[in-house]
Ligand binder design. Structure first.
Ligand SMILES: *[C@@H]1O[C@H](CO)[C@@H](O)[C@H](O)[C@H]1NC(C)=O
Ligand SMILES: *[C@@H]1O[C@H](CO)[C@@H](O)[C@H](O)[C@H]1NC(C)=O
Ligand SMILES: *[C@@H]1O[C@H](CO)[C@@H](O)[C@H](O)[C@H]1NC(C)=O
Ligand SMILES: *[C@@H]1O[C@H](CO)[C@@H](O)[C@H](O)[C@H]1NC(C)=O
Ligand SMILES: *[C@@H]1O[C@H](CO)[C@@H](O)[C@H](O)[C@H]1NC(C)=O
Ligand SMILES: *[C@@H]1O[C@H](CO)[C@@H](O)[C@H](O)[C@H]1NC(C)=O
Ligand SMILES: *[C@@H]1O[C@H](CO)[C@@H](O)[C@H](O)[C@H]1NC(C)=O
Length: 637
């Protein structure tokens, strides 16, 4: 066994001596002192090869962590010793807190090469994607928080490693079919053209944290192009304030009167008129999002409709500390080509309508999950199967995990459109190695799991970063003949409030404005009429029993679905009533990993139990739906 390994390693070393080329690259720290190159495994059981290039002559450490902390992280420490020999040590963080990381009982990191010069240490090592060791991290397509560290002091042995002097954490997608060369190829191609949507000098308010800023822009009269990549150009220094950007088309509407008159998208009393007319969601970027490059045979059509003359740019700014004097001129750049590619892509959005009476997350919960259903009745509008190849999974600060589940004929199929280590600050689209196929009639569940341990009151649905959302913005091919489609679900708000102890006669859902915050008034114990959000903050006392009931409600209550085309003549589409949960989907069970001997139980073949209960009646729900329908187009938040 040992001999085989050494021979393999020797072969590997010989071929790598000619210089390995890496498909992936990340700079882990702001000062570019810790750089990482890697080649992902080509199959699940293969090896990942990593090259750390670090500005130190001492030791360097790289760790794989679920939350960015050292506790329980998988770590590797390496250095080039005084005699010039590279050394490596497979270690793990202490069970809790920070501290000296003990060596793993089994060493799974294999040294490939190591050298140093006057300024840098360069160590190359490899490890299996899944080492099957509990002390090691299994590399998946989820977000991975890489923790990095180094110290210029050279260890004399693996038992003599001094504490780091520099350390940090950086989220990356280690498994990602998009390589670092994709953008370089597009930039080098003389047929690539760019178009920027730039905001000018937006001043962030100092009296509120959240600003949605809206600007109408006129498109030039260009021939049809394909968007082949996009990049957010965040103004330097403003990275912490620029939260997301959405671009909507305005259909055939003439918006010229709004040119040069950017404004807040909404406030307590008014809505920027174009918000109601420009509903055609065309592009999105969210905080932490990296360059997005389409597969080389695909493009998203743009300038394809001469009647579309105006777009609306909606930017979400987040200024939690109310810092004064912040102005922003960030831009969103499309990279396009007139050499149209063979496959066109389209957009499909699934999620929950954004409103404080749609989602209520109790405080002090490790995990609380919203289940958003898009039933087969809605997907049956798809005439041919669509291939989802990428998607932005979107929650706000409390999001810890998200997944898009697909159930076909009552059986769940494997979906990698998920992230069990969601990072709000790293909302880069999930880029699937293999497309997720959605067929007519498939039931889809979008699950958003939140962790609210650091909150003292209920967190409710809303547009601010401290409110919550649950949305999956998917992109697929081949494009269908509409610009974008959506399947948005709605729970009965009165039933939700009833779970929280409010009787029907205490609740008034007949407000005038379409903004969620304004439509719901509640009479509290003191017989005062207060807004629902104030009631959540000041009056609601959450009990354990309530939490249990609420989780049941979020999973099992009746939901209505807006199954619609965005931007079409009829924005809302038709309503579908989904009674109760999708029939007990049998969760997909991963096949046992090649290296484990213990299987994960047998897959049962029993049929799901049909659900026969009707959990809510139509009345108020229908009215609220009509109220909320206007809010529908705002769901990107
Ligand atoms: C890496 O790229 C260089 C330059 O493109 C090439 O000469 C070399 O053969 C490549 N090495 C490997 C191992 O593929
Ligand atoms: C040392 O190696 C690093 C990484 O390859 C390189 O960037 C740097 O220029 C080298 N320094 C010297 C002094 O050769
Ligand atoms: C941006 O705004 C600041 C202050 O509001 C002003 O001094 C500056 O000239 C503006 N810049 C541009 C390009 O409009
Ligand atoms: C295209 O969309 C229209 C409605 O906008 C629909 O009537 C028609 O059937 C669609 N055609 C195809 C091929 O999907
Ligand atoms: C609260 O609102 C209800 C109508 O929804 C009204 O009848 C009642 O008088 C209001 N109470 C107060 C104290 O304003
Ligand atoms: C939802 O209903 C199913 C079936 O009745 C039940 O097994 C499940 O526990 C319920 N969910 C919650 C969170 O109570
Ligand atoms: C559920 O509602 C449907 C129509 O709204 C009705 O036909 C059916 O009988 C109801 N089922 C139950 C169990 O009440």
């Amino acid at each position: 066994m040992l001999t085989v390994t050494s021979v393999l390693l020797a072969l590997f070393a010989v071929s790598s001596a000619q210089q390995l080329n890496y498909t992936h690259h990340a700079v882990l720290d702001p000062n570019e002192k810790f750089q990482l190159n890697w080649n992902p495994a080509t199959d699940g059981s293969g090896y990942f090869t990593f090259e750390c290039v670090v500005a130190t002559r001492g030791w360097l450490g790289l760790g794989f962590s679920s939350n960015g902390a050292m506790a329980a992280a998988d770590m590797v420490i390496a250095w080039v010793d005084a005699s010039g020999n590279p050394q490596i040590s497979d270690r793990h963080g202490p069970a809790q807190g920070n501290g000296y990381p003990p060596a793993d009982s089994k060493q799974d990191y294999e040294l490939v090469s190591g050298r140093k010069n006057d300024t840098h240490t360069i160590i190359t090592f490899r490890r299996k994607q899944d080492t099957c060791e509990p002390q090691d991290w299994k590399i998946t397509s989820d977000t991975t928080r890489l923790i990095w560290a180094y110290n210029d002091q050279l260890p004399t042995s693996a038992d003599d490693i001094s504490k780091h002097t520099e350390r940090g954490v950086k989220s990356v997608q280690l498994v990602n079919p998009q390589t670092k060369d994709g953008m370089a190829t597009i930039l080098a191609d003389p047929s690539t053209v760019t178009y920027d949507f730039r905001l000018t000098n937006v001043t962030l308010p100092t009296d509120k944290r959240t600003l949605y800023w809206c600007e109408i822009m006129e498109l030039p009269k260009w021939n049809k192009h394909h968007i082949i990549a996009n990049r957010m150009l965040v103004q330097k220094g403003n990275e912490r304030y620029v939260h997301h950007l959405v671009m909507y088309g305005c259909g055939e509407e003439d918006m010229s009167e709004f040119l040069g008159k950017p404004a807040s998208c909404f406030d307590d009393t008014h809505v920027f008129t174009p918000m109601k007319k420009c509903r055609n969601y065309r592009a999105v970027w969210a905080v932490g999002g990296e360059d997005f490059v389409y597969p080389s045979n695909m493009g998203s059509p743009f300038f394809d409709d001469p009647k579309l003359r105006f777009v609306l740019i909606e930017m979400h700014y987040d200024n939690p500390d109310l810092m004064p004097g912040i102005t922003d001129s960030s831009a969103f750049r499309f990279y396009m080509t007139e050499k149209l590619r063979p496959i066109e892509t389209g957009r499909l959005t699934m999620g929950q309508l954004v409103s404080p009476v749609q989602l209520a997350i109790p405080p002090k919960q490790q995990r609380f999950t919203a289940y958003v259903y898009c039933p087969g009745k809605c997907t049956s509008r798809i005439t041919e199967p669509i291939n989802v190849f990428t998607g932005l999974l979107h929650t706000h600060l409390l999001g810890v995990a998200m997944r898009v589940r697909v159930i076909r004929n009552g059986v769940e199929i494997k979906s990698e459109m998920r992230d069990d280590h969601y990072d709000f600050n790293y909302q880069t689209p999930v880029y699937l190695s293999k497309p997720l196929v959605i067929m007519a009639g498939d039931d889809i569940i979008v699950e958003c799991t939140y962790g609210s341990m650091d909150r003292d009151t209920v967190t409710y649905g809303g547009y601010g970063s401290d409110n919550e959302m649950c949305e999956a913005l998917l992109e697929y091919y081949p494009k269908r003949n509409m610009t974008s489609e959506a399947c948005m679900s709605i729970v009965d708000p009165e039933a939700l409030l009833e779970v929280l102890g409010l009787k029907k006669d205490q609740v008034d859902i007949a407000g005038e404005t379409w903004l969620g915050e304004q439509i719901v008034t509640v009479m509290n114990q003191n017989q005062q009429n207060v807004s629902i959000t104030d009631w959540y903050k000041n009056d609601l006392k959450v009990t354990n029993e309530m939490v249990t009931k609420l989780q049941d409600f979020m999973q099992n209550s009746s939901q209505q679905v807006i199954c619609g085309i965005q931007g079409g003549a009829n924005d809302g589409g038709s309503f579908l009533n989904l009674d109760g949960p999708i029939e007990n989907p049998r969760p997909y069970v991963d096949p046992p990993a090649v290296c484990t001997s213990s299987g994960s139980g047998s897959i049962t073949t029993s049929q799901p139990t049909p659900t026969t209960t009707n959990r809510s009646s139509g009345g108020v729900l229908r009215e609220v739906v009509n109220e909320l329908i206007d809010a529908f187009r705002k769901f990107i938040g």
